[in-house]
Design a protein around this ligand. Structure first.
Ligand code: GLY
Length: 401
């Protein structure tokens, strides 16, 4: 009798697990949509490839003048174009994308020695990091380790953070975006065994958790510190509507950042932080029904404020990862929102027809609203995280979720 009960219990557990897996499986219709999007993205990036001048990297495109804006390798967005090419090569195995990614990587190589920016994580890990993952090149690994050493020079123990900008009037500014650069440091400790990178990353994450976040788990954009004492001088915004507002992309960087820190440390407090941030975002009355955020959650003219597709893409990618670390119902909630974002970014309103939009995938992102710069345009990082979100979604089924 007890044997029958044991078998029945096992069957119940197995059935429950099967249901759990089924509930968190990717949806076939969305998988088809994503595969179609990625096939189009391959073609669209070939359009972009045809436009980017030798020695330059794309930033955005201005429809009114049909003008592609590009940058040098030392601009913070330089890694996204090669990174997107690597991701699309991973999907398509189209070697023309791989060749273009490798060509543009050579422009970034010297940035491994750049100690004047906190954005080396974005620049190098999104580019060389994807290259290393796909090609396993020892040279890429060396370049990334040198980059991690350069980034580490911007950390000062008195503050407990990596310094973001060297510009005035700031003293020792740290922006929430900087959470994204920690992934390079975690990787560096993982491959080198040198724990100093890890210690810098967790110290930065802890200081940011303490000082950037408000009681409702929204984040300030900039915290300015005294570089000698580490005291907080001011909490401000640069790219948001107001010092006290929740600039949308900053909230997405924080969500993605703490989810990644949890992946890298397995420390529960970072998972809790990511879940609190997700709660702030997903229950926010100013998050539209289609889940594409306004450029600032407190923008003055909501519901007429501009949307930021880049904030949505980063959020979708982060939510898919976060769904791996929580219980089934919570995971389903995160996936529901990520799915909605992917579907809505795939609509004609956001996703460009191949050949249009200067070769970029997504329309309607906001770079720096207060500076009137890159407002309601395509942006290279919106494309990068949109593609990453779609690839992460495709992998759901393979991870038993
Ligand atoms: N600083 C990066 C951004 O604009 O999100």
């Amino acid at each position: 009798m007890s044997r029958i009960i044991t078998i029945a219990c096992c069957l119940l557990v197995l059935t429950a697990n099967a249901q759990k897996d089924k509930n968190l499986q990717p949806k076939p219709a969305l998988m088809r949509l994503i595969d179609g999007n990625l096939r189009q993205a391959v073609n669209q990036y070939k359009v972009l490839m045809g436009k980017v001048p030798t020695g330059r990297l794309p930033k955005t495109w201005y429809a009114n003048a049909d003008r592609l804006e590009t940058s040098n390798a030392d601009w913070w967005t330089s890694g996204f174009y090669p990174g997107t090419l690597f991701q699309l090569y991973e999907f398509s195995h189209d070697t023309s994308l791989l060749a273009e990614a490798q060509r543009r990587l050579t422009l970034l190589e010297k940035e491994q020695y750049n100690k004047g920016t906190h954005d080396l994580g974005f620049m190098m890990y999104c580019s060389y990091g994807n290259g290393l993952r796909l090609l396993d090149s020892p040279r890429y690994k060396d370049i990334l380790l040198t980059s991690a050493r350069s980034l580490s020079t911007r950390f000062h123990p008195a503050v407990g953070c990596i310094k973001s900008w060297d510009s005035k009037p700031w003293h020792y500014p740290v922006i929430i975006d900087n959470m994204m650069n920690l992934e390079l440091l975690f990787w560096a400790t993982h491959v080198s065994g040198d724990s100093s990178f890890y210690k810098i990353a967790v110290t930065h994450a802890n200081t940011t958790m303490r000082n950037h976040y408000r009681p409702d788990y929204s984040s300030f954009h900039v915290v300015d510190y005294d570089s000698v004492t580490g005291a907080i001088i001011a909490k401000k915004t640069a790219q948001g509507f107001a010092d006290s507002s929740a600039w949308a992309r900053g909230q997405s960087w924080g969500l993605y950042g703490y989810t990644m820190v949890y992946r890298s440390t397995h420390d529960q407090k970072y998972l809790d932080q990511a879940r609190h941030i997700a709660h702030f975002l997903l229950t926010n009355p100013n998050l539209p029904a289609d889940k594409i955020p306004y450029w600032d959650f407190n923008a003055p003219n909501i519901p007429y404020a501009l949307r930021d597709a880049s904030a949505a893409a980063v959020m979708a990618s982060a939510l898919i990862e976060l769904s791996h670390y929580v219980q089934r119902d919570e995971a389903r909630g995160y996936l529901d929102v990520a799915e909605k974002i992917i579907v809505n970014l795939s609509s004609n309103n956001y996703k460009a027809v191949v050949g249009s939009n200067g070769g970029f995938l997504l329309r309607h992102s906001v770079g720096h609203f207060p500076a009137h710069s890159e407002v309601d345009v395509p942006l290279t990082y919106a494309d990068y995280y949109f593609v990453e979100a779609m690839l992460r979604y495709r992998e759901l089924g393979q991870k038993g979720k």
